[in-house]
Design a protein around this ligand. Sequence first.
Ligand SMILES: *Cc1c(COP(=O)(O)O)cnc(C)c1O
Length: 400
Amino acid sequence: MTIPGAWRRTARGAGLLAADGTVAASIFAEMSALAARTGAINLGQGFPNEDGPSEVLEAARAAISDGVNQYPPGRGLPVLREAIARHQHRFYGLGADPETEVLVTAGATEALAATILALLEPGDEVVTFEPFYDAYGALIALGGGVHRTVRLRAPDFQPDLDELRATVSDRTRLIIVNNPHNPTGAVFPAETLALIVQLAERHDAVIVTDEVYEHLTFGVAHIPIATIPGAGARTVTISSGGKTFNTTGWKIGWLTAPAPLVTAILAVKQFLTYVNGAPFQPAIAVGLDLPDSFYTGIAADLRFKRDVLERGLAAAGFTVSRPQGSYFIVADAAPLGYPDGADFCRALPGLAGVVAVPIAAFCSPEHRPEYASLVRFAYCKRVDVLERASEQLAGLTARA
Ligand SMILES: *Cc1c(COP(=O)(O)O)cnc(C)c1O
């Protein structure tokens, strides 16, 4: 079949189609397929293998029984928008009008897509940190933007503030922040966030912040960038129920922003999914109102899992960074004699029955060499699975 050229050029221009017209191979799909084929433990993809709170699951079942099965309103069911506003106030002291400043989306992914497509003009620059969540690069390309990055480097993956100052300019339309950070597990301190706000104000840029791991930090507080003075008027804050409630398959996300920004984003969102997940929306509202003990509990539980995998990786001979948040830990395979993380990840199911993903998959091609030997492991898995993975990894022996 021949594909009309102009149509194909668009997706190919964004780097999403390979030259032969197939979907450009993603390392995530390759590694998940490898896990399925070999039966290896999948610490590649970041999804939990335990169910979330029963109150939340039960509320979704009840909503289906109660007939919450048709299109919800375009902005989301009021019960969820109100719960999101209450959550922002309860945890962060932030005000958000559920009528005009809250938008429910098909996961954080659609919130990102609608925001970027709504606010970006072709040729505008978008600044992200690097390594970056893969959707950012694709969405910036689809929006015709020019992607500039500020590098996060091992071992702590905090940005160099001078590099940040030098990267943001009057050409910058959006600064995308992901805090806590996937894939590195870094959590940005107030000083870094304040500089981002200062630069956004100076250059009249909008801040888009992806905070899907907001409740998963270990011993450090999560500071939403919208709480920094001056940020509120120019920040789109994005989150999702997936990571907080172990419901990644439900795809209920949301954003909060000043009303004119929400309106602009809604104008795009209505033609992406329009709406989604009616019975899951009231269930996520139940989750957002769960007591503080739930929230401290999930962070403590995940911290324990991080420690299990961190010990296992260190014992196996990796140099590991210590994540302060998120689902992920970065390990350097170079001390084991593997300078190329992608090669190492392809070999790992055979060597140890474990799947991981190379950090280079989160980098632009020109910066991949800097991150070549680093790999990402997910620890959002049952403790027995992490212990078994650790035992198997302990059998790795350094290659000469
Ligand atoms: C998982 C993840 C998302 C996607 O969230 P959904 O709600 O599943 O769309 C977005 N950003 C980051 C950094 C993530 O890790």
